[in-house]
Design a protein around this ligand. Sequence first.
Ligand code: HEM
Length: 136
Amino acid sequence: MENKKSCVGKIVKKQRPVNLDLRTINQPISAIASILHRISGVITFIAVGILLWLLGMSLSSQEGFQHASEIMTGFFAKFILWGILTALGYHICGGIRHVLMDFGLLEESLAAGKASAKVAIVIAVILSILAGVLVW
Ligand code: HEM
């Protein structure tokens, strides 16, 4: 039976934000930098397996090296490698930003957080372009 005396649920519902659709909320640059750091960390984690598999194949024998070289000539493989390097580049930029903040070397303000997020993203884009030049 419903407890008619309790109005807790109704009050909480009224106070809650109406829109929780992440696609329509305008995210600040620091939030974008943060989620990109997590995504790039996960991609880098998966990449360790792919790169170790490729390294293992290339070191197994002369034929293995030839096979690994052939795999890396394909557009899809190059695209994956470029993606891995881009993710790693961003993760390192974002990681250095985090370390600087943790050591108190960056000012603890909203403006500094936004500015450092922008700098990390711009450097990562430059590194991504350089990675593309390296891969192709
Ligand atoms: C094989 C290499 C690496 C892998 C697989 C990796 C993966 C990850 C993952 C999955 C996270 C968790 C992200 C989250 O939960 O939001 C993380 C966090 C972090 N990574 Fe990496 N990472 C690697 C290399 C690096 C490097 C080279 C740096 C330094 C420049 C770095 C700095 C950080 C920092 C500072 C955090 C914590 C960020 C926070 O406090 O939110 N990582 N990493």
